[in-house]
Write a protein of this length. Structure first.
Length: 117
């Protein structure tokens, strides 16, 4: 019983520790959050930028977010624009960002970033 409880606590902490998010904002200080896309554990995926988002901020402990030009409503499409810097408030219009993709840092991040579905 104790071993199971300990395992669950450790697994919960690990998924939190490896969490990553793209957050969407309407202001240039990234204070007025209007939404976010979060991936926990070792998962990765795409985050569609909402039309009303003017700025975004990404964070990831071990993984990397990349910005793409457009999306098809659920996946990133178009040109790879840039690698996102964690914690930086980035204007969406300036770069023409339509989507961000989380790629695993140690598990082929370059291949993940290069893929356009």
């Amino acid at each position: 019983m104790r071993a199971t409880a300990t395992l669950l606590v450790v697994a919960g902490l690990a998924s939190t520790a490896f969490g990553a998010a793209t957050k969407f904002f309407t202001d240039d200080k990234c204070n007025d959050e209007i939404g976010k896309k979060v991936f926990n554990g070792l998962s990765s995926g795409d985050a569609i930028i909402p039309d009303d988002a003017k700025f975004i901020k990404t964070d990831a402990i071990l993984d990397t977010w990349f910005a793409y030009q457009s999306n098809d409503g659920k996946s990133c499409k178009g040109d790879l624009l840039t690698r996102m810097k964690d914690g930086e408030c980035t204007p969406v219009d300036k770069l023409g960002i339509g989507c961000t993709r989380l790629c695993s840092g140690g598990l082929g991040g370059g291949d993940c970033a290069a893929q356009t579905l």
